[in-house]
Design a protein around this ligand. Structure first.
Ligand SMILES: Nc1ncnc2c1ncn2[C@@H]1O[C@H](COP(=O)(O)OP(=O)(O)O)[C@@H](O)[C@H]1O
Ligand code: SF4
Ligand SMILES: [Mg+2]
Length: 316
């Protein structure tokens, strides 16, 4: 199996604390992999690390990021600028904030393409049509304020994909959108992965979104991967208490998507509260002395399905 993106033992520190603590995953061309977890668990920092766009106060203290086999962790900024948007792209939660309000959307997509203007207009028009923007000939000259939130999100996806990057990192791309538009954008991402072979890392706090779109899922908790595996296997037989609780918290008829994760008692520890052992210890029904003392290693429980828990056998 070829690999578009391979992350190994990624560590990100703020002050002296590893807020992302040794996570690893890989994504194949055309695959959608979800990174899921409650707010504050390190999803966005992981996304920023993949593009080497970390905030100043965050340091990468370990690990490697291979983009199509090339280690990008040590590349100089000048080389990184050639890679961002060309080989790896990112889209965000707030499309309006990512677009320039003073520039027509077509011009912004063209700028992302790096193409000269005459050939570019047709390429941009086609890209806008490909991401499902009706009447691209008119839209191409409009400004972001003339477009809806869902349409702005499509423009951002067009900008991210016009150079045909191998990897797209999407950080909560549908959180700000209403449910119908959210479903359309997820459909679009799935189709782009299948048709263009783009490897997609989809970041979300919503297990419903994971179920909709991802072939594989990594469940993060407090900066570590609790469980990772094929979505079908993780959903049908979770091997980590945190995942089991997350799934139990999904209502059968999802009427309140934003509250899905609020059902687990207690809250995620702050980085300053991380202990020596398992970081889920304060909320876990199976926690014992060993959990407090030693961090559980991520071990394979079934084919391609891994869990970091000392008491996996206690899950049915
Ligand atoms: N720019 C920053 N400066 C200081 N701390 C940050 C910054 N960005 C994130 N953090 C901290 O790092 C941890 C992970 O944050 P983040 O990756 O944004 O989580 P998520 O995207 O999963 O909600 C949190 O404890 C957060 O408070
Ligand atoms: S290692 Fe212990 S505290 Fe952590 S999830 Fe497993 S049983 Fe719970
Ligand atoms: Mg985030």
């Amino acid at each position: 199996m070829s690999v578009a993106l391979q992350v190994s033992d990624l560590r990100l520190a703020i002050g002296g604390v590893n807020v992302v603590d040794g996570i690893a995953f890989s994504v194949a061309p055309g695959e959608v992999m979800a990174l899921v977890g409650e707010s504050g668990c390190g999803k966005s920092l992981t996304a920023q690390a993949l593009l080497r766009l970390l905030p100043r106060q965050v340091r990468q203290t370990g690990g490697r990021i291979l983009l199509e086999g090339e280690d990008i962790t040590a590349l100089p900024e000048r080389r990184l600028r050639q890679i961002r948007g060309r080989r790896i792209s990112m889209i965000f939660q707030e499309p309006q904030a990512a677009l320039d309000p003073l520039s027509p959307v077509g011009a912004q997509v063209r700028e992302a393409s790096g193409l000269a203007s005459v050939a570019a207009r047709e390429a941009v028009r086609r890209m806008l049509a490909e991401v499902g923007i009706a009447d691209p000939d008119r839209r191409i000259d409009q400004y972001p304020f003339e477009l809806s939130g869902g349409m702005c999100q499509r423009v951002m996806i067009a900008s991210a994909l016009i150079s045909r990057p191998a990897v797209l990192v999407a950080d909560e791309p549908t959180t700000a959108l209403d449910v119908t538009i959210q479903a359309q954008i997820l459909d679009l991402l799935r189709r782009l992965a299948a048709e263009r072979g783009t490897a997609i890392v989809l970041i979300t706090h919503d297990m419903g979104v994971v179920a909709d779109i991802a072939e594989r899922v990594a469940v993060m908790y407090a900066g570590r991967i609790a469980e990772i595996g094929p979505t079908a296997a993780v959903f049908s037989r979770p091997r980590h208490p945190y995942t089991a609780l997350l799934l139990a918290a999904i209502p059968r008829l999802a009427d309140e998507p934003k509250s899905r994760l609020a059902v687990i008692e207690g809250s995620v520890p702050q980085p300053s509260e991380y202990g020596a052992g398992c970081r889920f210890v304060g909320r876990c029904p199976f926690a014992d002395a060993r959990c407090n003392a030693e961090p559980p290693p991520l071990l394979e429980t079934d084919d391609g399905h891994f869990s970091a828990c000392w008491h996996t056998e206690r899950l049915a």
